[in-house]
Ligand binder design. Structure first.
Ligand code: CU
Length: 135
């Protein structure tokens, strides 16, 4: 029993990830819209560069990393393989720039719902978190 408690108490320390994730959210859209953007802030607390290399969610068939940009007065977006996260640097995925393209929803979501997301990094680590659905 004592050993079990010790493991439980130590677990949160062991699980601290090198990249901190904050303010993860998705825009609420009707289920008929096949894609929506997800945003979050990443902070690399480590002392070496990390790459965000992928993401997945139980609620969406596919999640891609995209970059929005303006060209000839039109907003466009392209998939990218990864996002570079230099050591001790914050990186924001925000409207008008980088985002997670959440594609083909498997469920209807409503404002206030939480959607699970798994991020994959270049060191092989994964991080599970919740995104909040917002209007
Ligand atoms: Cu996109």
């Amino acid at each position: 029993m004592k050993r079990f408690l010790l493991i439980v108490l130590l677990w949160p320390l062991a699980a601290v990830a090198e990249v901190e994730v904050r303010d993860a959210w998705i825009k609420q859209l009707p289920p008929t819209v096949p894609m929506r953007a997800g945003y979050l802030t990443l902070y690399n607390r480590g002392d070496s560069t990390m790459l965000l290399t992928g993401a997945s969610s139980d609620v969406f068939e596919r999640v891609e990393i995209h970059r929005s940009y303006e060209q000839d007065g039109m907003m466009r977006m392209d998939p990218v393989d990864s996002i570079e996260l230099p050591a001790n640097t914050e990186f924001r995925l925000a409207p008008g720039g980088y985002h997670l393209m959440m594609m083909m929803p498997r469920e209807t979501t409503r404002a206030g719902d939480r959607v699970g997301l798994v991020l994959e990094f270049s060191d092989g680590s994964r991080q599970s978190l919740q995104m909040t659905v917002k209007k």
